[in-house]
Design a protein around this ligand. Structure first.
Ligand code: ACO
Length: 380
């Protein structure tokens, strides 16, 4: 029987940090409110495109696996904040890596995109369609954020991570998963102005508006992730106490505590990054996984539970068996260029761009570009 072992891992976090105190300089909010309601202290704001973050993370993951880009047979790009819709983003990463043999596909299930992508790629490896794949979770949310809406703008950050999977006859990688979607709750999180004609009606492109029912999402997410976790553990014949580490989606510390404790797992077994990076949507789980390995929290043969949810409302829980190796085979030198601005300066520029876009629209002019090529953001 063929399995799909995780053999490489690598993250790419933009260097600019936006703190809760930074947010309170232009929003009616406080560090105390954000910390107690969400667990978040800071998040990252990118000065480069999502594809650039994805390329650096993929290079690091490939070096870790000891795999040359020319050997990769599939790239899955999990995201809901693509630099452009056509052509797809995975092809941009393929070109940047020189992974000329790789099939390239984008996958959008919002925050669960990385884990849905891991399922899709694992299935292809197990069927024999491909022997290796790079799965990326990446988000560049800051340009699409409605920064003046404190209900949402304190919650999200930018970031990226990737893993490499390879065919093996050892029972490693994804042992089982439970995937689902509560489509009756899709109205609880909708971003208008991010792309697509229907939802953009009456909203200027780039001048995004977030329809967001935080309390309803909270309740639905907790219930769905508890059900999915119980289901995948039962399917795999694993008891909660046999799980070595939980790497959950990190939208809110209180959501994580509710899911993990009601699944019967102590909080000491949970990898937390929410305090440092906020919710990076699809990037959250792979970044936390990469940091868990670096911190020595993933051991040879570890059983890892990964519950997540996202807009849709999509949800899932994966059970992964780690392999024997917990150290990289080699280290990539790929890195991002330094940021020319602070995170707060960048956010202020985005806010000013949106105000400018609205004013020009009112004057019957074309919508403004929020980013210039010189700033490193492409595809907008
Ligand atoms: N600063 C200060 N006050 C705020 C802020 C803020 N940033 N945001 C909201 N408030 C106010 C509200 O206006 C409200 O005031 P009111 O009582 O006068 O109306 C008050 O704080 C309480 O708001 P609640 O909604 O009751 O706060 P709650 O404890 O539910 O926390 C939160 C809100 C953090 C959004 C929580 O509901 C949550 O985490 N929900 C899920 C979030 C989530 O899932 N995000 C990701 C979506 S899917 C994905 O991952 C892509």
């Amino acid at each position: 029987m063929t399995y799909a072992a995780i053999t490489g891992w690598g993250a790419c976090l933009p260097p600019s940090v936006l703190s809760n105190d930074d947010l309170s300089t232009f929003l009616d909010t406080t560090d105390e409110w954000i910390t107690t309601r969400t667990g978040m202290k800071e998040r990252r704001i990118s000065h480069v495109s999502a594809t650039e973050m994805a390329t650096v993370a993929a290079r690091r993951a490939l070096a870790c696996a000891g795999l040359d880009p020319s050997e990769v047979e599939l790239i899955v790009y999990g995201s809901c904040s693509n630099d452009e819709q056509v052509p797809n983003s995975a092809s941009g990463v393929q070109a940047a890596l020189g992974a000329t043999r790789a099939a390239a596909m984008d996958l959008n299930t919002a925050c669960t995109s990385f884990l849905y992508g891991l399922s899709a790629a694992t299935g292809m490896v197990r069927s024999g369609a491909v022997k290796s794949a790079v799965i990326i979770g990446v988000e560049l949310i800051s340009p699409y954020m409605d920064w003046d809406n404190r209900n949402v703008s304190v919650l999200f950050g930018d970031g990226c991570a990737a893993v490499v999977i390879q065919a093996t006859d050892q029972p490693e990688g994804v042992l089982g998963e439970q995937l689902g979607c509560i489509a009756g709750a899709r109205h609880t999180l909708r971003v208008r102005g991010i792309g697509g004609a229907y939802a953009n009606h009456g909203v200027l492109f780039g001048d995004t508006q977030w329809d967001f029912d935080g309390q309803e999402i909270f309740k639905r997410a907790v219930h769905a992730m508890i059900q999915a976790s119980a289901s995948v553990l039962a399917k795999c014949g694993v008891r909660p106490e046999e799980v070595d580490l939980v790497v959950p989606h990190q939208a809110n510390l209180r959501i994580i505590e509710a899911v993990v404790t009601r699944t019967g797992i102590p909080m000491e077994k949970v990898m937390l990054t929410v305090q440092r990076y906020g919710n990076m949507s699809a990037a959250t789980v792979p970044v936390a996984l990469t940091e868990a390995v670096a911190e020595g929290r993933v051991r040879p043969g570890s059983l890892i539970l990964m519950p997540a949810f996202g807009a849709g409302l999509t949800y899932c829980a994966h059970l992964v068996r780690w392999g024997a190796r917990v150290t990289p085979l080699s280290v990539s030198e790929a890195t991002l260029p330094p940021s020319p601005t602070t995170a707060l300066e960048r956010v202020m520029a985005i806010r000013a761009g949106k105000v400018g876009a609205m004013a020009r629209s009112g004057a019957g002019l074309q919508p403004a570009r929020l980013f210039s090529a010189q700033e490193g953001i492409v595809g907008r």
